[in-house]
Design a protein around this ligand. Structure first.
Ligand SMILES: Cc1ncc(COP(=O)(O)O)c(C=O)c1O
Length: 514
């Protein structure tokens, strides 16, 4: 049976019978309950709230009135609670198990962060409150800024960008302002071919042409190719370090020097800062701008919709162009610079307010609870776990580049040759083993990439279990048990979806059918 969205809802089909062949009256499978859309459960003729009739009032809309029913589904509170709870149980989460999504640093979100973020003095304030009543919040932002500058060895930080990609935009806008001030109209941004998609996208959004730099055999930027691409038209390079192959760019200082000598700026994508936090200060490597995904390195929630935060640290050369608003130490306490006045060079404003305050609180809680020595351990343990995974799997999977790796290890699909199993099939079979798949088909520099990032949160026992599951799957693929993969996932609430159709023709909105 199909529901109104064309999704199969009758789970008592042959493929969905429980192992004993038991069908159920409800269609549920034990505690695995089927879930309809909220519009299908609710009813426009019902309501879950008891409101008094609206008083008659004079319309102030100048005759602009709604000409049809809104059609919102009415449900009772328990129905709503159950709907969302059932949905949440179908989802995978970092609180359920290891989440090896390379390049995403899906680490544990410590509960102390949550506790602090819920303190009423922080949770209940409003960005438009008088400045004298939010001194504590501004103090917190100032402290976080101090930690970020100290950890990166950079003199300034823009706190308002709301995600890594937003931080990239902020960094490139600062670079463009600096170039404008120099009276130079440079038009090209260089990005290695292993770059995260947001890098070229950001550069294009800023109006730059993107030139791709190849990787060498060791998975790092091809230095001669980079040097050959530099010239008077190059505004900046956007380089991730450690890079998206999980490798430290050994030539990074030579890269920075070459870019600077050509008059360009060095934008470092700091998404992988987790691997070097407390160990390496990007400022010492010649970086001019770098975003830090607070939701990765500093454990604020992400995935499943948590808001991101992407503060950008800036070098001396770019600091004057940082966006407003920012916190300063005033005569009577903290103050907020909200507007670009006088001869200020700030490129303007990126967001309505000051960034993701809830994320700022959580990130500072993570830093303070770890301390500077604990943050260095974060980097050590994340690198140790990734190398342990790499060393434990490299005899049966094909490692793309020789190790050691940093915080993530990259395999490709050569080990699946002749098995009839693809990277996608392999990833789907991991779902049946109870894991969120690793990052697939990224980076693009190898075929059928499998990028695994265990993070420092995982114990040896948990990593061993994961390695065991992967070894089992590899063995099954090599034994010719391709059916285990090609139809997977068999045990998930939803089976194999047509991902191409979903990506090309997404149905994102419920529409009423007659
Ligand atoms: C290397 C890299 N750069 C940029 C980003 C973009 O960050 P965000 O998702 O916070 O926009 C990511 C996100 O995964 C990343 O891995």
């Amino acid at each position: 049976m199909m529901n109104k969205q064309g999704r199969p809802t009758d789970i008592n089909t042959a493929a969905n019978l429980s192992p004993g062949g038991v069908t159920t009256h409800t269609g549920n499978r034990g505690l695995e309950q089927d879930e309809l859309l909220i519009y299908e459960i609710g009813d426009t003729q019902r309501t879950g709230v008891d409101l008094e009739d609206l008083p008659v009032f004079e319309s102030r809309l100048g005759g602009i009135t709604r000409d049809n029913e809104i059609g919102l589904a009415g449900l009772s509170e328990p129905e709503v609670m159950r709907h969302y709870t059932r949905l949440s149980r179908k989802n995978y989460a970092i609180d359920m198990g290891l989440y090896p999504l390379g390049s995403c640093t899906m680490k544990h979100n410590p509960r102390i962060n949550e506790k602090v973020a819920r303190l009423p003095g922080l949770a209940d304030i409003h960005p438009l409150q008088p400045i004298s009543t939010v001194q504590g919040a501004l103090d917190l932002m100032d402290r976080l800024a101090h930690w970020l500058k100290t950890l990166t060895g950079m003199p300034a930080v823009a706190m308002s960008p709301k995600a890594g990609a937003h931080g990239e935009l902020c960094g490139l806008m600062a670079i463009r302002s600096a170039l404008d001030k120099r009276g130079e109209n440079r038009t090209i941004v260089l990005a290695p071919e292993s770059a995260h998609g947001t890098n070229p996208a950001t550069a294009a959004l800023c109006g730059y042409k993107v030139k791709s730099i190849p990787a060498n055999k060791a998975g790092r930027v091809d230095l001669p190719a980079l040097k050959a691409a530099l010239g008077p038209d190059v505004a900046a390079i956007m380089l991730t370090n450690p890079n998206t192959c999980g490798l430290f760019e050994r030539d990074i200082i030579e890269i920075a020097d070459a870019v600077h000598a050509a008059g360009g700026y060095f934008y470092c994508d700091g998404a992988n800062f987790n691997a070097i936090v407390g160990k390496v200060r990007p400022g010492d490597l010649g970086v001019d701008a770098m975003h830090i995904n607070l939701h990765k390195t500093f454990s604020t929630p992400h995935g499943g919709g948590g808001p991101g935060a992407g503060p950008v640290v800036l070098s001396e050369a770019l600091a004057p162009f940082a966006p407003v608003p920012y916190v300063i130490h005033g005569k009577d306490g903290f103050e907020m610079v909200e507007h670009v006045t006088g001869g200020a060079e700030s490129f303007g404003r990126m967001t309505a307010f000051h960034g993701q305050m809830g994320m700022n609180i959580r990130a500072l809680a993570f830093m303070m609870s770890h301390g500077s020595d604990g943050l260095a351990r974060v980097a050590e343990d994340s690198v140790l776990n990734a190398n342990y995974v790499m060393a434990s799997l490299q005899d049966i999977m094909t490692l793309s580049f020789e190790g050691p790796c940093m915080h993530e290890c990259l395999f490709d699909d050569r080990f699946l040759e002749g098995t009839g199993v693809t990277t996608l099939d392999f990833a789907k079979a991991m779902i049946d083993e109870g894991y969120h798949p690793m990052t697939m088909y990224f980076p693009l520099v190898v075929n059928g990439a499998m990028l695994i990032e265990p993070t420092e949160s995982e114990s040896k026992q948990s990593v061993d279990q994961f390695i065991g599951a992967l070894r089992h799957l590899v063995t099954q693929a090599k034994l010719g048990n391709s059916a285990l993969f090609t139809g997977a996932p068999y045990l998930a609430p939803l089976k194999r979806l047509d991902e191409t159709l979903a990506a090309r023709n997404p149905v994102l909105r419920w529409r009423k059918t007659d």
